[in-house]
Design a protein around this ligand. Structure first.
Ligand code: SAM
Length: 241
């Protein structure tokens, strides 16, 4: 029996994510925080056959193992600064869910909302995912509550769901644009924007800084712009230019 050398271990994507998140900034830091976001995982040949997903419809949730393709070229360090700790404390890379890892693999659980089969196009509709558009997926596994949901588990600095900013308001312009984009993308756009921004995408070192600065992220095919006021977050516009 030939010996396996580790360099023989090469993995190729089995699918690609299509997601409303077109850039890293603004993507929630874990799945399930923005439940209004829907992504689609489309299987690549030769996996795009109904047989590969036979029985998967019995599961409400799946694990998605993917590549942090947008940051893999930035390498890794033994320690990282988790945003949850305000960006000051350093922890070992293996004690965090940082994207900058020796093997840039991500692991997300997502609700499996539908399996769509149209000829050779097989897509899984995933709800609440934290995945960038174009993310290569290496594997899909069914989520097994009896083995995977551990209610007694302790999680140190990440025990609790991150606190959300409560107040997200919309300018008149942004409200009207939400209506338009909602019709185009068949998503509750107002709720999606509220959920994304209530996670406060700013890096922690900017969170105490003076208000006034306008932030933007690319969502679908528009730029979402907002700023911070004493009352919370105000959405300024959803601009299609
Ligand atoms: N749930 C995954 C995990 O624990 O492995 C990802 C956690 S990581 C902290 C979440 C961040 O990964 C998101 O905020 C987003 O900016 C980033 N991200 C998502 N997809 C990515 C990709 N394809 N390449 C690089 N970064 C990505």
């Amino acid at each position: 029996k030939p010996e396996i050398t580790y360099s023989d271990l090469i993995f190729n994507p089995i699918g690609i994510i299509s997601s409303p998140y077109k850039e890293k900034f603004g993507i929630p830091r874990q799945p399930g925080l923005v439940t209004e976001a829907q992504a689609t995982l489309t299987l690549l040949p030769p996996y795009n056959q109904p047989e590969t997903v036979r029985g998967l419809e019995q599961f409400s949730h799946v694990w998605v193992i993917f590549v942090f393709h947008a940051t893999h070229d930035q390498g890794w360090k033994p320690t990282v600064r988790p945003p949850r700790l305000g960006g000051n404390a350093r922890l070992g890379v293996f004690a965090t869910r940082s994207t900058f890892r020796p093997n840039p693999l991500g692991l997300s659980v997502a609700k499996l909302s539908a399996i769509q089969v149209q000829g050779r196009t097989i897509s899984l509709v995933l709800t609440g995912a934290d995945l960038l558009d174009g993310t290569p997926v290496l594997d899909i596994k069914p989520y097994l509550p009896y083995a995977d949901a551990l209610s007694q588990a302790s999680a140190g600095f990440a025990q609790e769901t991150p606190p959300a900013m409560q107040a997200v308001s919309f300018s008149a312009l942004a409200s009207a644009q939400c209506e338009q984009q909602q019709a185009r993308w068949q998503t509750n756009m107002r709720r999606l924007v509220e959920q994304i921004l209530s996670q406060d995408p700013r890096p922690s070192y900017q969170q105490g800084q003076p208000q006034g600065r306008v932030y933007a992220m690319r969502l679908y095919d528009f730029d979402l712009r907002w700023h911070y006021t004493p009352a919370g977050i105000e959405v300024l516009e959803l601009s299609s230019n």
